[in-house]
Design a protein around this ligand. Structure first.
Ligand code: ITT
Length: 201
């Protein structure tokens, strides 16, 4: 796959995402640099959908750097909670980005609705590529699984300790990073990004 000039901004300030996207990009001849490394600010996420937020973040980093930028908007969707935390996944952890706060809120809201047993959930990811000519292309991925309490595992980030993907008996935080990176919502969106580049560059 080719990106003109070989340089790409990873338009994220989330260290966990930057690490995973960096690993996904590593087989390709692309010089990835994060928005943080370039001193690019974090735009306000004013969208109400993953696509809107991914696109505004990609455009913000492209305009600040004049380089192609790849942004990721993602979250954990729990249909039994009306889709929450969904687009607001980062906000549920509060300003201190303390995910134990978000885990407790999920547990509390499920209990308030008398929901117990296996609770279906999925992670969703939209990757948006904004090119220096202003054109944007977006790619979506999803992975299904169940909510798992108590939280377990020391790897990953965010909601990984409470999500068990279908077909596995450990949470994302309990598995090797390479396995998560081969089945995750982000990996599925990335596959589409790669096939787009193969067809269009
Ligand atoms: P950027 O906008 O700078 O990329 P962010 O953390 O604010 O970082 P989002 O607005 O997309 O990103 O919020 C998504 C949240 O969903 C993120 O903070 C994670 O907690 C969670 N999330 C997304 N992908 C995840 C994954 O693979 N594993 C665990 N949690 C994930």
């Amino acid at each position: 796959m080719k990106i003109a000039g070989g340089k790409l901004v990873i338009a994220s300030h989330n260290a966990g995402k930057v690490r995973e996207i960096g690993a996904l990009l590593s087989p390709f001849a692309i010089q990835a640099v994060s928005a943080g490394e370039l001193g690019i600010s974090e735009p306000e996420e004013t969208g109400t959908t993953f696509v809107e937020n991914a696109e505004l973040k990609a455009r913000h980093s492209m305009e600040a750097s004049n380089l192609p930028a790849l942004a990721d908007d993602s979250g954990l969707v729990i249909p039994a909670l009306g889709g929450d935390p969904g687009v607001y996944s980062a906000r549920w952890a509060g300003a201190g980005k303390d995910f134990s706060v978000a885990f407790s809120r999920i547990e509390r809201e499920l209990a308030a609705k008398n929901i117990s047993g296996k609770v279906a959930a999925y992670f969703a990811c939209v990757l948006s590529l904004c090119l220096p000519d202003g054109k944007i292309h977006s790619f979506e991925g999803r992975v299904d699984g169940t909510i798992t309490f108590p939280p377990s595992g020391g790897a990953g980030f965010g909601y990984d300790p409470i999500f068990t993907p279908d077909g596995y008996d450990v949470t994302f935080a309990g598995m090797d990073a390479n396995i998560k990176n081969s089945i995750s919502h982000r990996a599925h969106a990335f596959e589409q990004f790669v096939s787009f580049l193969e067809k269009n560059t």
